[in-house]
Design a protein around this ligand. Structure first.
Ligand SMILES: Cc1cc2nc3c(=O)[nH]c(=O)nc-3n(C[C@H](O)[C@H](O)[C@H](O)COP(=O)(O)OP(=O)(O)OC[C@H]3O[C@@H](n4cnc5c(N)ncnc54)[C@H](O)[C@@H]3O)c2cc1C
Length: 511
């Protein structure tokens, strides 16, 4: 039996983007004792607050080294899919691009699930990011990029030469346009789920942060009673007197459900796990954005070259804008393949390609993919890593739209403003890749993830949904899921704001 020290009112498993937001709001809105359980470091390093170092290094040093199973449409390659493993989760290592204007996407959720329309979400959105016409103080006021590279300036000018509207910060994919992305930053430093929501609550008498890996749920009589946590060779049970909330992200929440006997009965039986609740949709409908590097020789030296960094540090210490505040991808555009309809392609500028320091990158992302995959436990090794299969480009139109997008990027790269910047020969896919077949080969050989997996425990009002509109797990009491996994569809934009919005809404629904 758990001792008093291990018993709380709410147990939140996962201290990532959603977990930090939810912990804060439950402290404010209830009188409950809260345990926040996080496998990674309980104190994000100082350098994770410095944008340049955190986006370059965070994903290597503070992440779960997940990778996909071989992807058939990508020449059988396994794709690295790291996710943040530190308090703040992926929001502590991500590129800080903030996309809160997702009305078209959220309208889809609202049409299918009661309580999730843009109007129903407006108070939560205003609390998180601020919203015109809705009163209140935003927890995460969006920032314009403090550092703007010459390459981004030239890229936006080139977009303008082609008639693409530039109407201030590019805060969502609801129309075709270009601009600077708003960032989750304050004073040139990362200001995201951990810094904005959780850090001010550290030391709160009702908040306990526990370091350890959540192995499975404890369940009895159809309800969640707590979680089993492993740390340093020991295991302990953390008990919840009111609710357990899974906030482990789209790859781990379904795995922990399955390890606890909640999921597709056939698979659980093959893995030797006792079936508590047959929920065939657990792990299904994994959706992710596919991105593609498009490299051009750069006529100018990157502002992030190593020998330039001491100068940048001095400028930062003098309180001036420096490349250290850069998220390395500050500008971009939303385009529509076929030229009509809602944007389905996103461009992001990189003033220095990671693969080739002498090249700039106009990265192309397919933001409305049709392909869907799954996450499942491995029946041969149920305690090991999950099998992650996003089935990238398994829907043929996804490949065609990326091929078309390459042509659109090439057209922008030929415009006078980028010629004046000194953009030179195309490095990738290279001038020899002209035919549709050659471009398709390039896509298959180089496409990778934009790190936005969602949808593996989708919400819905139907019987097959994993969670209902109040995010309660179907058929089990005192158990909710609050993270990227509950999304009904993948937003056509970077996903972090959508996750934090879900957590803000969850707090309303729970209290
Ligand atoms: C490299 C990278 C760049 C990105 N760039 C952007 C961007 O610029 N803009 C944007 O909007 N989105 C971006 N994203 C996506 C965004 O960060 C995620 O969509 C969002 O953080 C997901 O939130 P979450 O709460 O569902 O999961 P996470 O934030 O990943 O949090 C899950 C937490 O649970 C913990 N956890 C997992 N399993 C266990 C376990 N078994 N036991 C205990 N703890 C566990 C993890 O360590 C983590 O802290 C990026 C993601 C990555 C990885």
């Amino acid at each position: 039996m758990p001792g008093g020290d291990d018993t709380f009112d709410y147990v939140i498993a996962g201290g990532g983007a959603a977990g930090c937001v939810l912990a804060r709001r439950l402290l404010e809105r209830t009188d409950g004792r809260i345990a926040l359980i996080e496998a990674g470091s309980a104190l994000p390093n100082r350098w994770l607050g410095t944008p340049l170092t955190s986006v370059r290094l965070g994903r290597w040093w503070h992440s779960w080294p997940f990778e996909t199973v071989p992807q058939q449409a990508l020449h059988g390659r396994r794709i690295a899919l790291p996710m943040g493993r530190v308090l703040g989760g992926s929001a502590s290592i991500n590129a800080m691009i903030a996309q809160p204007a997702l009305d078209a996407d959220i309208a889809e959720w609202g049409a299918a699930v009661e309580g999730w329309s843009p109007a129903a979400l407006a108070p939560a959105r205003a609390r998180a990011f601020g919203m015109a016409g809705v009163a209140g103080v935003a927890q995460l006021p969006l920032a314009a990029p403090a550092f703007r590279s010459a390459f981004s300036e030239a890229f936006l000018a080139a977009c303008g030469e082609g008639g693409l509207p530039n109407e201030g910060l590019l805060d969502g994919p609801d129309s075709v346009r270009c601009g600077y992305y708003p960032l989750l930053q304050r004073n040139g430093r990362r200001f995201s789920a951990f810094q904005a929501y959780l850090a001010p609550m550290r030391g709160h008498p009702r908040l306990t942060v526990i370091t350890g890996k959540v192995v499975r749920l404890t369940l009895a009589q159809g309800e969640a009673r707590g979680v089993v946590v492993a740390h340093g060779g020991t295991r302990r049970v953390i008990a919840a007197e009111r609710e357990v909330i899974l906030a482990l992200g789209a790859l781990e929440s379904p795995r922990v459900l399955m390890a606890s006997g909640i999921g597709p009965a056939d698979l659980l039986r093959r893995a030797g796990i006792g079936v508590v609740r047959d929920l065939p949709d657990v792990g299904e409908r994994l959706a992710d954005h596919v991105r593609l590097p498009l490299l051009f020789h750069s006529g100018q030296t990157s502002p992030a070259r190593l020998w330039r960094l001491p100068g940048a540090l001095l400028r930062r210490m003098a309180g001036r804008a420096s490349v250290l505040a850069s998220n390395c991808c500050e500008a971009g555009a939303y385009l529509s393949s076929g030229g009509a309809g809602r944007p389905d392609l996103q461009l992001i500028t990189h003033f220095q390609s990671v693969a080739d320091g002498a090249a700039v990158d106009i990265e192309l992302t397919l933001v409305r993919p049709l392909s869907r995959g799954r996450v499942s436990i491995d029946p041969a090794a149920p305690d090991g890593r999950a099998l992650i299969d996003p089935a990238y480009l398994s829907a043929p139109p996804d490949l065609e739209r990326l091929v078309e997008g390459i042509g659109m990027v090439r057209e922008i790269a030929r415009r006078p403003a980028l010629a004046a910047f000194g953009i030179g020969g195309e490095r990738l896919p290279g001038p020899a890749a002209v035919s549709r077949e050659a471009l398709a080969r390039h896509v298959r050989a180089t496409a990778t993830t934009a790190f936005h997996p969602v949808g593996t425990c989708r919400m819905g009002d139907d019987d097959a949904a994993v969670v209902d509109g109040r995010l309660r797990v179907n058929g089990l009491a005192r158990l909710r899921i609050v993270d990227a996994s509950v999304m009904l569809s993948l937003p056509a934009a970077n996903t972090c704001c959508a996750v934090m919005l879900i957590a803000e809404r969850a707090a309303e629904l729970m209290t």
